[in-house]
Design a protein around this ligand. Structure first.
Ligand code: FBP
Length: 559
């Protein structure tokens, strides 16, 4: 029997490309610092909460500037939050930089996410271990978790664990919530003169951790290519059998970047974008009507099939739902400590909850199918987010569209047949074997994280820019985490968090969809992207996402 697949065997030998100056080796990297920075919003509150790490300058690495320290050190690394392709390469890059600086340096991986550092669960990452994980998907080398690091007790325990391993730097690989953790930990470590620095790396398939300094979060490239392959295959099937409408919900807890990118890669008949729904204040009924009209127009011309893409976070963008969910969140934060509520039967829970809602929200809640009601009441994640991946929006829409089409049939405006299939693509892409882009980008992010550590910086996010160019032109540096923060309501309280990047409706990526979607709705303009290629022509193997390409073209125009 095989131990690994032939492709994985080849990928273990792939040498990822390093960004620009990093390719000269860690000992030849020099640091320059820019001007002081400020947070994107709520400057006074963020400064008061992070007095020791607020406002640091942007860092940039090149072959000129201040030399990095060559202190011998041990580093701890944490994988945090949802899996994203390339996480193992971040660790590989960090490991290679750390060993290149001094072979006696050690890298410890904390197990199972942020709780690993608090509970002292770790393993030393050695050559033998890392070599089995190079260019592979998944976070299984050390595991991941969603524990929120925020209490004094957690910080103290983390410090003790670090002291026992002589660790002087921690790298947290995570999304917006995990890097908020990183910033809180950096602040605490500096406020307490521990000498331990904390560096983050931008991860999430959702693509919503990006800004002027972070062009793309890792994993977005591979995950969207994986979903695009699957959707292309479904489009071929739909176009062959011509009998089903496929409703495909795509991951992306808040922002609709995944849905938008996949739509541009595959050109389906319907694409919903949460941010547009919110901006146009569309009600659930209006969304259903929009979709039913397209289904009817196709059905009336004999096409009883099609593809609809639905972003996972849609439900929270529908204004009436958003209002209802926000009150639900606040009520549930109180009710989770209420034994009567906890022990109540499901129907009783619904009536307790509706008594806490205003009339409009209560009416909306009661109008939903009981499966959706139950899904809306499920536990929030440790960061206070609704677990939208568990809400079957695709099925809710199908149910409502069936009713709408029946009405249209009765009115004589629809004469087709409607038969549907519901899909949810999320977990299928999160651990895919990283594309060449994610392999190179992640390796560079990890290597660069060590350069930030050796620069003596803390509370920074590893940043690699100019990523639509070949890797030798990529620009390595770091961005202070406080620069990306604002205050948001979580678990019923205002908390500092990294601001999510939502789809910009006046940006070039959404415009590309807007300009084409009417044509795609009625005609069949499907694209079948096929699977990610790792070997072969560069025009196939090394292309990045359409989102990144369009955004970079725009930023070049702006320069
Ligand atoms: P991160 O923001 O932690 O990267 O996770 C993103 C995500 O994949 C979302 O798209 C999805 O809603 C969520 O994780 C699912 O979480 P879980 O893995 O806990 O089911």
């Amino acid at each position: 029997m095989r131990e690994i697949s032939p492709l994985q065997k080849e990928r273990l030998n792939y040498q990822p490309k390093l960004a620009g100056v990093l390719a000269n080796g860690i000992n030849n990297v020099k640091l320059s610092l820019g001007e002081a920075t400020a947070s994107v919003a709520n400057q006074d509150e963020i400064k008061a909460l992070f007095p020791h790490v607020y406002g640091e300058p942007i860092a940039r690495f090149s072959s000129e500037g201040t030399s990095l320290s060559n202190d011998k050190r041990n580093v701890g690394v944490i994988l945090s939050g949802g899996q994203a392709p390339g996480g193992h390469n971040v660790i590989a890059g960090l490991f290679d930089a750390l060993k290149a600086a001094n072979n006696e340096n050690k890298l410890y991986g904390f197990l199972g996410g942020p709780s690993g550092i608090v509970d002292g669960k770790y393993m030393e990452i050695t050559d033998e271990i890392i070599n089995k994980y190079r260019n592979t998907g998944g976070f299984d080398i050390i595991g991941s978790g969603r524990t929120k690091l925020e209490t004094e007790e957690q910080f103290k325990k983390s410090l003790e664990v670090c002291k026992s391993l002589n660790i002087s730097a921690i790298v947290i690989i995570g999304g917006d919530d995990s890097n908020t953790n990183a910033c809180l930990l950096a602040e605490w470590m500096r406020a307490n003169n521990t000498g331990i620095s904390v560096i983050g790396c931008p991860k999430t398939i959702d693509g919503d951790l990006k800004n002027d300094q972070i062009e793309i979060s890792f994993g977005f490239d591979t995950a969207t290519k994986t979903y695009a392959e699957l959707i292309g295959n479904i489009q071929r099937d739909a176009n062959s059998a011509k009998k089903y409408w496929h409703f495909i919900k795509l991951m992306g807890r808040s922002a609709s970047h995944v849905c938008l990118e996949v739509a541009l890669q595959t050109q389906p008949n319907i694409t919903l974008i949460g941010e547009e729904v919110e901006a146009k204040k569309q009600s659930l009924d209006e969304i259903v009507t929009y979709m039913a009209n397209i289904i009817a127009a196709r059905g009336n011309s004999g096409k009883n099939f099609g593809i609809a893409l639905i972003p996972e976070g849609l439900i929270e963008f529908i204004p009436e739902m958003k209002t209802m969910i926000s009150t639900l969140n606040d009520s549930l934060a109180v009710l989770e400590k209420d034994e009567n509520y906890q022990n109540a039967a499901q129907d009783e829970k619904y009536s307790i909850i509706t008594s806490k809602l205003d009339d409009a929200s209560a009416k909306l809640f009661n109008s939903l199918p009981s499966t959706i009601k139950a899904q809306l009441l499920m536990d929030r994640d440790p960061h206070g987010n609704v677990q939208v991946s568990k809400i079957e929006t695709e099925k809710l829409l199908i149910e409502m569209i069936e009713v709408k089409l029946k009405q249209m049939k009765a009115q004589g405006t629809y004469n087709g047949k409607f038969s549907s299939q519901a899909h949810f693509f999320g977990y299928e892409g999160r651990c895919a074997m990283p594309s060449n882009f994610d392999s190179d980008y992640c390796y560079s992010l990890g290597y660069n994280a060590f350069a930030l550590i050796q620069s003596g910086l803390t509370g920074y996010l590893s940043s690699i820019k100019n990523t639509t160019k070949p890797a030798n032109q990529w620009i390595a540096g770091g961005v202070p985490l406080t620069m990306m923060m604002n205050m948001e309501r979580r678990h019923g309280e205002m908390k500092p968090v990294i601001k999510k990047a939502l789809v910009e409706l006046d940006g070039p990526v959404f415009k590309a969809l807007e300009d084409n979607r009417t044509k795609w709705a009625i005609n069949d303009c499907y694209i079948f992207p096929g699977s990610i290629q790792y070997f072969g022509p560069s025009s196939v193997c090394d292309i990045t996402t359409i989102t990144l390409q369009l955004e970079q073209e725009k930023s070049l125009v702006n320069v």
